[in-house]
Ligand binder design. Structure first.
Ligand SMILES: Cc1cc2nc3c(=O)[nH]c(=O)nc-3n(C[C@H](O)[C@H](O)[C@H](O)COP(=O)(O)OP(=O)(O)OC[C@H]3O[C@@H](n4cnc5c(N)ncnc54)[C@H](O)[C@@H]3O)c2cc1C
Length: 203
């Protein structure tokens, strides 16, 4: 693999952070199942969130290989921390590729710095691998929408501020009749279930 100087610099920075800051507390984090906000604040300072966001949208505009190198290093530190980086990357990619200017102006900076905690809300009890089975429905209500339904296995659900929620908008249109809605997870009418006790990646 041909790595450029930039690839090597970013990889080494992520490696140092994983070895110096993540690994020493990884076991304790997994035992305590604690959300390590202090690590994410450091990652924000290091620019390890939103790696692929283009410069004109406020990011460093790194390529996918840089992202893969960072994920590899963070995962070696502790997979839960890498997951947070991956989740922010996923959501910022959604905003870059499918968001409107208004959505990017409103959310990108805070999502990219992990000041706003996000969740990607797709899976339901009856719809995992086969996403076309989702039952959550979105119905027009004046200028907005009302969403009814429930999701499971949602990373960050206990702490997230903003959910990117897949819902059905047109039952007749099958798998084409769905959209992702940006939902304020502090809105009234929203309930968070109990946190699951997992076999690993518990922070
Ligand atoms: C730790 C963790 C974090 C997660 N975080 C999130 C999250 O943040 N957001 C979110 O939306 N979801 C999340 N998920 C859910 C995850 O995306 C689903 O678990 C996944 O999509 C699989 O769905 P399922 O568990 O219902 O399994 P199923 O879809 O029931 O699949 C079970 C098994 O059957 C196989 N299978 C299914 N359909 C077929 C088929 N047609 N042909 C052949 N084989 C098939 C699958 O490969 C699998 O081996 C998370 C899950 C875990 C474990």
């Amino acid at each position: 693999m041909n790595l450029t100087d930039i690839h090597l610099q970013v990889r080494d920075m992520a490696r140092d952070f994983a070895e110096g800051a993540i690994r020493p507390i990884a076991e304790a984090l997994d035992a305590e199942e604690r959300f390590p906000a202090e690590l994410y604040a450091q990652m924000r300072e290091l620019g390890l969130f939103g790696i692929g966001v283009p410069e004109e949208m406020g990011g460093p505009g790194f390529d996918t290989l840089t992202y893969a190198l960072v994920m590899e290093e963070l995962s070696r530190g502790y997979a839960s921390v890498a997951d947070q980086c991956g989740l922010v990357e996923l959501i910022t990619t959604l905003l870059v590729r499918h968001g409107t200017d208004a959505q990017r102006n409103r959310w990108m900076a805070d999502v990219m710095t992990a000041k706003t905690r996000v969740a990607y809300c797709i899976t339901e009890p009856e719809a995992g691998t086969d996403v076309s089975g989702i039952r959550t429905e979105a119905v027009r209500d004046g200028d907005g929408w009302i969403l009814n339904g429930g999701k499971i296995w949602i990373h960050n659900a206990p702490v997230a501020d903003l959910g990117f929620v897949l819902a059905r908008t047109d039952r007749e249109a099958g798998h084409r009749g769905m959209s992702i809605f940006v939902v304020d997870l502090h809105a009234s009418g929203l309930e968070r279930g109990p946190k699951e006790h997992k076999v690993g990646q518990r922070a």
